[in-house]
Write a protein that binds this ligand. Structure first.
Ligand code: FES
Length: 160
């Protein structure tokens, strides 16, 4: 797991470099936050404050965008972020069981990260693959038609 990021000049230098890449663009906030999330693994408070200051955008707006999108994180997460869909089509096809199985397999609750820093478990809304419900994503990869056996197989791939 990535530890909490401390504030120092080097951090701000790196943040500024990413912000400066989008100089001249009209609404670069989401792109900047995506790049920063990719760089640090999540979006620490001091980073969000720096973005607000540099872009002249209110901190409440920056924080609002950072918390709205499920692919952006505002706290440290594991190497692999598992997002389980709980929207209606997935729900009626067993999302509750999927969440239960994952919690049992990983030994964590929703929003938590395993002790080894490998997995973070999150519950989210529609992933856009309702045809293969119930579904989940692990980082950028989507998995559908989940069953207990399939979930175990998938986790084993990431534990190797
Ligand atoms: S409802 Fe689960 S992917 Fe759309």
């Amino acid at each position: 797991m990535m530890g909490a990021i401390t504030v120092d000049d080097k951090l701000f230098e790196e943040v500024d470099q990413i912000i400066d890449r989008y100089a001249g663009e009209e609404t670069p906030l989401l792109c900047i936050l995506q790049d920063l999330n990719a760089k640090f693994g999540y979006l620490p408070q001091p980073v969000l404050q720096r973005v607000s200051k540099k872009l002249g955008v209110p901190a409440s707006k920056v924080y609002g965008v950072a918390t709205f999108y499920s692919f952006l994180e505002t706290r440290p997460v594991g190497k692999y972020v598992i997002r389980v869909c709980k929207s209606t089509p997935c729900h009626v096809r067993g999302a509750t069981d999927v969440i239960k199985i994952l919690k049992k397999e990983l030994g964590i609750k929703e929003g938590e990260t395993t002790r080894d820093g490998l997995f973070t478990l999150e519950v989210t809304s529609c992933l856009g693959v309702c045809g293969v419900a119930p579904a989940m994503m692990i980082n950028e990869t989507t998995y559908g038609n989940l069953s207990e056996g399939r979930i175990r197989e998938i986790l084993a791939l990431y534990r190797q």
